[in-house]
Design a protein around this ligand. Structure first.
Ligand code: PAF
Length: 291
Protein backbone atom coordinates (compact mmCIF):
# COMPACT_ATOMS: atom_id res chain seq x y z
CA UNK A 1 0.00 0.00 0.00
CA UNK A 2 1.27 3.48 -0.90
CA UNK A 3 0.58 6.40 1.40
CA UNK A 4 0.29 9.85 -0.12
CA UNK A 5 -0.18 13.09 1.80
CA UNK A 6 -0.33 15.55 -1.11
CA UNK A 7 -2.75 15.90 -4.01
CA UNK A 8 0.18 15.86 -6.42
CA UNK A 9 1.53 12.65 -4.88
CA UNK A 10 -1.90 11.04 -5.12
CA UNK A 11 -2.24 12.00 -8.78
CA UNK A 12 1.19 10.53 -9.52
CA UNK A 13 0.30 7.33 -7.65
CA UNK A 14 -2.93 7.00 -9.64
CA UNK A 15 -1.43 7.86 -13.05
CA UNK A 16 -0.50 4.27 -14.07
CA UNK A 17 -3.98 3.02 -13.14
CA UNK A 18 -5.62 5.81 -15.13
CA UNK A 19 -3.33 5.19 -18.12
CA UNK A 20 -4.31 1.49 -18.02
CA UNK A 21 -8.00 2.51 -17.76
CA UNK A 22 -8.35 0.63 -14.49
CA UNK A 23 -11.43 1.36 -12.40
CA UNK A 24 -10.87 3.31 -9.18
CA UNK A 25 -12.90 2.72 -6.02
CA UNK A 26 -12.84 5.35 -3.29
CA UNK A 27 -13.66 5.10 0.42
CA UNK A 28 -13.56 8.47 2.23
CA UNK A 29 -13.11 8.18 6.01
CA UNK A 30 -12.11 10.20 9.02
CA UNK A 31 -9.96 7.32 10.32
CA UNK A 32 -10.25 5.40 13.60
CA UNK A 33 -11.24 2.52 11.39
CA UNK A 34 -13.46 -0.39 12.43
CA UNK A 35 -15.12 -3.37 10.74
CA UNK A 36 -17.67 -1.07 9.10
CA UNK A 37 -14.93 0.81 7.23
CA UNK A 38 -13.19 -2.45 6.32
CA UNK A 39 -16.41 -3.71 4.77
CA UNK A 40 -16.43 -0.62 2.54
CA UNK A 41 -12.85 -1.41 1.47
CA UNK A 42 -13.80 -5.05 0.82
CA UNK A 43 -16.76 -3.96 -1.31
CA UNK A 44 -14.53 -1.45 -3.17
CA UNK A 45 -12.07 -4.26 -3.92
CA UNK A 46 -14.86 -6.41 -5.30
CA UNK A 47 -16.09 -3.65 -7.60
CA UNK A 48 -12.86 -1.95 -8.71
CA UNK A 49 -9.28 -2.61 -9.84
CA UNK A 50 -7.68 -0.01 -7.57
CA UNK A 51 -8.84 1.09 -4.12
CA UNK A 52 -8.10 4.50 -2.59
CA UNK A 53 -9.01 5.24 1.05
CA UNK A 54 -8.74 8.75 2.47
CA UNK A 55 -8.24 9.55 6.12
CA UNK A 56 -9.07 13.17 6.78
CA UNK A 57 -10.71 14.55 9.91
CA UNK A 58 -12.59 17.35 8.22
CA UNK A 59 -12.76 20.45 10.45
CA UNK A 60 -15.61 22.11 8.53
CA UNK A 61 -18.15 19.43 9.40
CA UNK A 62 -17.70 19.90 13.15
CA UNK A 63 -19.68 22.66 14.88
CA UNK A 64 -18.44 24.85 17.71
CA UNK A 65 -18.26 22.75 20.88
CA UNK A 66 -18.24 19.47 18.92
CA UNK A 67 -15.45 16.89 19.09
CA UNK A 68 -13.07 17.98 16.29
CA UNK A 69 -10.05 18.35 18.58
CA UNK A 70 -10.73 15.13 20.49
CA UNK A 71 -11.88 13.01 17.51
CA UNK A 72 -9.79 9.79 17.76
CA UNK A 73 -6.75 9.90 15.50
CA UNK A 74 -5.20 6.42 15.22
CA UNK A 75 -3.19 6.69 12.03
CA UNK A 76 -0.73 3.85 12.56
CA UNK A 77 -3.37 1.27 13.50
CA UNK A 78 -5.58 2.49 10.59
CA UNK A 79 -2.71 2.22 8.15
CA UNK A 80 -1.99 -1.39 9.22
CA UNK A 81 -5.65 -2.35 8.91
CA UNK A 82 -5.86 -0.83 5.43
CA UNK A 83 -2.73 -2.62 4.23
CA UNK A 84 -4.25 -5.92 5.44
CA UNK A 85 -7.56 -5.06 3.77
CA UNK A 86 -5.77 -4.60 0.42
CA UNK A 87 -6.18 -0.89 0.07
CA UNK A 88 -3.84 0.21 -2.73
CA UNK A 89 -3.43 3.89 -1.89
CA UNK A 90 -4.00 5.64 1.43
CA UNK A 91 -4.52 9.37 0.99
CA UNK A 92 -3.94 11.25 4.25
CA UNK A 93 -3.75 14.97 3.51
CA UNK A 94 -3.30 17.80 6.01
CA UNK A 95 -6.03 20.40 6.53
CA UNK A 96 -3.89 22.88 4.58
CA UNK A 97 -3.57 20.46 1.65
CA UNK A 98 -7.36 20.27 1.36
CA UNK A 99 -8.36 23.83 2.28
CA UNK A 100 -5.24 25.80 1.29
CA UNK A 101 -4.09 28.88 3.16
CA UNK A 102 -6.59 31.38 1.73
CA UNK A 103 -10.12 31.68 3.16
CA UNK A 104 -12.50 29.44 1.24
CA UNK A 105 -15.12 31.31 -0.79
CA UNK A 106 -16.94 28.25 -2.10
CA UNK A 107 -19.02 25.69 -0.25
CA UNK A 108 -21.38 23.00 -1.43
CA UNK A 109 -24.81 23.20 0.12
CA UNK A 110 -27.47 20.60 -0.47
CA UNK A 111 -30.76 22.38 0.15
CA UNK A 112 -33.64 21.22 2.37
CA UNK A 113 -32.31 17.71 3.05
CA UNK A 114 -29.31 19.17 4.87
CA UNK A 115 -31.34 21.29 7.28
CA UNK A 116 -33.57 18.48 8.59
CA UNK A 117 -32.97 15.62 11.04
CA UNK A 118 -29.25 15.81 12.00
CA UNK A 119 -28.99 19.12 10.12
CA UNK A 120 -31.38 20.67 12.66
CA UNK A 121 -29.13 20.10 15.61
CA UNK A 122 -25.85 20.30 13.69
CA UNK A 123 -26.22 23.44 11.53
CA UNK A 124 -23.55 23.62 8.83
CA UNK A 125 -22.52 19.99 9.34
CA UNK A 126 -23.76 18.74 5.98
CA UNK A 127 -22.33 21.73 4.13
CA UNK A 128 -18.97 20.72 5.60
CA UNK A 129 -19.53 17.11 4.51
CA UNK A 130 -20.79 18.01 1.02
CA UNK A 131 -17.90 20.44 0.48
CA UNK A 132 -15.15 18.04 1.53
CA UNK A 133 -16.70 15.11 -0.35
CA UNK A 134 -16.89 17.26 -3.52
CA UNK A 135 -13.25 18.25 -3.08
CA UNK A 136 -12.22 14.63 -2.53
CA UNK A 137 -14.25 13.50 -5.56
CA UNK A 138 -12.43 16.12 -7.67
CA UNK A 139 -9.05 15.10 -6.29
CA UNK A 140 -9.44 11.30 -6.54
CA UNK A 141 -11.78 11.21 -9.56
CA UNK A 142 -13.01 7.72 -8.71
CA UNK A 143 -15.43 5.61 -10.74
CA UNK A 144 -17.14 4.35 -7.60
CA UNK A 145 -17.39 5.87 -4.11
CA UNK A 146 -18.62 3.87 -1.13
CA UNK A 147 -20.29 5.13 2.05
CA UNK A 148 -21.83 3.38 5.05
CA UNK A 149 -25.62 3.22 5.27
CA UNK A 150 -25.33 3.98 8.99
CA UNK A 151 -25.06 7.65 8.02
CA UNK A 152 -28.32 7.42 6.06
CA UNK A 153 -28.90 11.16 5.70
CA UNK A 154 -25.26 11.75 4.71
CA UNK A 155 -25.55 9.08 2.03
CA UNK A 156 -28.78 10.64 0.69
CA UNK A 157 -27.09 14.06 0.56
CA UNK A 158 -24.04 12.68 -1.24
CA UNK A 159 -26.25 10.92 -3.80
CA UNK A 160 -27.98 14.27 -4.42
CA UNK A 161 -24.76 16.21 -4.77
CA UNK A 162 -23.25 13.64 -7.13
CA UNK A 163 -26.35 13.87 -9.34
CA UNK A 164 -26.82 17.65 -9.08
CA UNK A 165 -23.16 18.47 -9.75
CA UNK A 166 -22.83 15.83 -12.51
CA UNK A 167 -20.07 13.82 -10.86
CA UNK A 168 -19.60 10.77 -13.05
CA UNK A 169 -19.31 8.54 -9.98
CA UNK A 170 -21.41 5.59 -8.81
CA UNK A 171 -22.30 6.27 -5.17
CA UNK A 172 -22.76 2.97 -3.36
CA UNK A 173 -24.29 2.49 0.09
CA UNK A 174 -22.93 -0.42 2.13
CA UNK A 175 -25.02 -1.97 4.95
CA UNK A 176 -24.23 -1.08 8.55
CA UNK A 177 -22.01 -3.46 10.49
CA UNK A 178 -23.34 -4.19 13.99
CA UNK A 179 -21.95 -5.72 17.15
CA UNK A 180 -23.69 -8.93 18.26
CA UNK A 181 -25.92 -6.89 20.58
CA UNK A 182 -27.10 -4.76 17.64
CA UNK A 183 -25.06 -1.63 18.34
CA UNK A 184 -24.01 -0.08 15.03
CA UNK A 185 -20.22 0.17 14.79
CA UNK A 186 -19.06 3.79 14.94
CA UNK A 187 -15.83 5.56 15.78
CA UNK A 188 -17.77 7.52 18.41
CA UNK A 189 -18.65 4.30 20.33
CA UNK A 190 -15.14 4.65 21.76
CA UNK A 191 -16.42 7.61 23.82
CA UNK A 192 -18.98 5.42 25.64
CA UNK A 193 -18.34 4.33 29.24
CA UNK A 194 -18.75 0.65 30.16
CA UNK A 195 -22.16 1.43 31.58
CA UNK A 196 -23.22 3.37 28.46
CA UNK A 197 -22.00 0.51 26.25
CA UNK A 198 -24.57 -1.77 27.87
CA UNK A 199 -27.37 0.79 27.31
CA UNK A 200 -26.47 1.84 23.73
CA UNK A 201 -27.94 -1.28 22.00
CA UNK A 202 -31.39 -0.06 23.14
CA UNK A 203 -31.41 2.08 19.98
CA UNK A 204 -31.35 -1.06 17.84
CA UNK A 205 -33.96 -2.80 20.04
CA UNK A 206 -36.23 0.26 19.79
CA UNK A 207 -35.97 0.35 16.01
CA UNK A 208 -36.69 -3.39 15.86
CA UNK A 209 -39.80 -2.89 17.97
CA UNK A 210 -41.03 -0.09 15.66
CA UNK A 211 -40.24 -2.28 12.65
CA UNK A 212 -42.33 -5.14 14.09
CA UNK A 213 -45.26 -2.81 14.80
CA UNK A 214 -45.19 -1.48 11.24
CA UNK A 215 -45.05 -4.98 9.78
CA UNK A 216 -47.81 -6.23 12.09
CA UNK A 217 -50.30 -3.60 10.90
CA UNK A 218 -52.98 -5.43 8.91
CA UNK A 219 -54.62 -2.27 7.60
CA UNK A 220 -52.04 0.21 6.19
CA UNK A 221 -54.51 3.11 6.55
CA UNK A 222 -54.27 2.64 10.33
CA UNK A 223 -50.47 2.94 10.43
CA UNK A 224 -49.67 5.71 12.89
CA UNK A 225 -46.05 6.61 12.31
CA UNK A 226 -46.23 9.55 14.73
CA UNK A 227 -47.34 7.26 17.56
CA UNK A 228 -44.64 4.68 16.79
CA UNK A 229 -42.01 7.41 16.86
CA UNK A 230 -43.39 8.86 20.11
CA UNK A 231 -43.30 5.44 21.78
CA UNK A 232 -39.74 4.88 20.55
CA UNK A 233 -38.67 8.25 21.96
CA UNK A 234 -40.29 7.42 25.32
CA UNK A 235 -38.54 4.04 25.50
CA UNK A 236 -35.15 5.64 24.85
CA UNK A 237 -35.78 8.53 27.24
CA UNK A 238 -36.57 6.01 29.98
CA UNK A 239 -33.05 4.62 29.53
CA UNK A 240 -30.92 7.75 29.99
CA UNK A 241 -30.93 8.84 26.33
CA UNK A 242 -31.49 12.48 25.43
CA UNK A 243 -33.34 11.98 22.18
CA UNK A 244 -32.78 14.35 19.27
CA UNK A 245 -35.25 12.58 16.98
CA UNK A 246 -37.01 9.31 16.29
CA UNK A 247 -38.63 9.52 12.87
CA UNK A 248 -40.13 7.26 10.26
CA UNK A 249 -39.76 8.48 6.71
CA UNK A 250 -39.89 7.26 3.14
CA UNK A 251 -36.58 5.84 1.85
CA UNK A 252 -35.85 9.19 0.10
CA UNK A 253 -36.40 10.90 3.49
CA UNK A 254 -39.74 12.38 2.39
CA UNK A 255 -42.85 12.13 4.59
CA UNK A 256 -43.76 8.50 5.34
CA UNK A 257 -46.52 7.29 3.07
CA UNK A 258 -48.95 4.83 4.69
CA UNK A 259 -49.61 3.22 1.33
CA UNK A 260 -45.93 2.76 0.57
CA UNK A 261 -44.09 -0.51 1.09
CA UNK A 262 -40.71 0.72 2.28
CA UNK A 263 -39.75 3.12 5.07
CA UNK A 264 -36.76 4.04 7.14
CA UNK A 265 -36.68 4.48 10.91
CA UNK A 266 -34.11 7.10 11.90
CA UNK A 267 -32.80 7.77 15.40
CA UNK A 268 -30.36 10.29 16.86
CA UNK A 269 -29.84 10.40 20.60
CA UNK A 270 -27.21 11.42 23.09
CA UNK A 271 -25.99 9.00 25.71
CA UNK A 272 -23.93 11.01 28.18
CA UNK A 273 -21.73 13.15 25.96
CA UNK A 274 -21.89 10.86 22.94
CA UNK A 275 -24.27 11.49 20.07
CA UNK A 276 -25.33 8.24 18.40
CA UNK A 277 -27.23 7.84 15.15
CA UNK A 278 -28.72 4.76 13.57
CA UNK A 279 -31.42 3.68 11.14
CA UNK A 280 -33.33 0.63 9.99
CA UNK A 281 -35.26 0.11 6.79
CA UNK A 282 -38.63 -1.63 6.87
CA UNK A 283 -39.96 -3.38 3.79
CA UNK A 284 -43.48 -4.74 3.71
CA UNK A 285 -43.60 -7.98 1.71
CA UNK A 286 -45.67 -7.65 -1.46
CA UNK A 287 -49.25 -8.88 -1.04
CA UNK A 288 -49.91 -11.61 -3.57
CA UNK A 289 -53.53 -11.55 -4.73
CA UNK A 290 -54.68 -15.02 -5.79
CA UNK A 291 -56.49 -15.07 -9.15
O1 PAF B 1 -18.65 9.67 7.20
C1 PAF B 1 -17.53 10.20 7.36
O2 PAF B 1 -16.60 9.60 7.89
C2 PAF B 1 -17.34 11.64 6.90
O3 PAF B 1 -18.48 12.39 7.06
C3 PAF B 1 -16.80 11.73 5.45
C4 PAF B 1 -17.81 11.18 4.46
C5 PAF B 1 -15.50 10.98 5.32
C6 PAF B 1 -16.57 13.20 5.09
O4 PAF B 1 -15.63 13.79 5.93
Amino acid sequence: MRTEVTIQGLHAALAPARAARKSIGFVPTMGNLHEGHLKLVQEANQRCDVVVVSIFVNPTQFGAGEDFSTYPRTFEADSNLLAEAKCDILFAPSVEEIYGTQPQQTTVQVNSLASELCGNSRPGHFTGVATVVSKLFNIVKPDVALFGEKDYQQLAIIRHLARDLCFDIDVIGVPTVRAENGLALSSRNGYLSEDELTIAPAIYATMQSIQQQILAAKDPSKLNFTDFAKQGRKTLESQKFVVDYVEIRNPDLGTADKNGSKWVILVAAKLGKTRLIDNMTVTRPAIVVEA
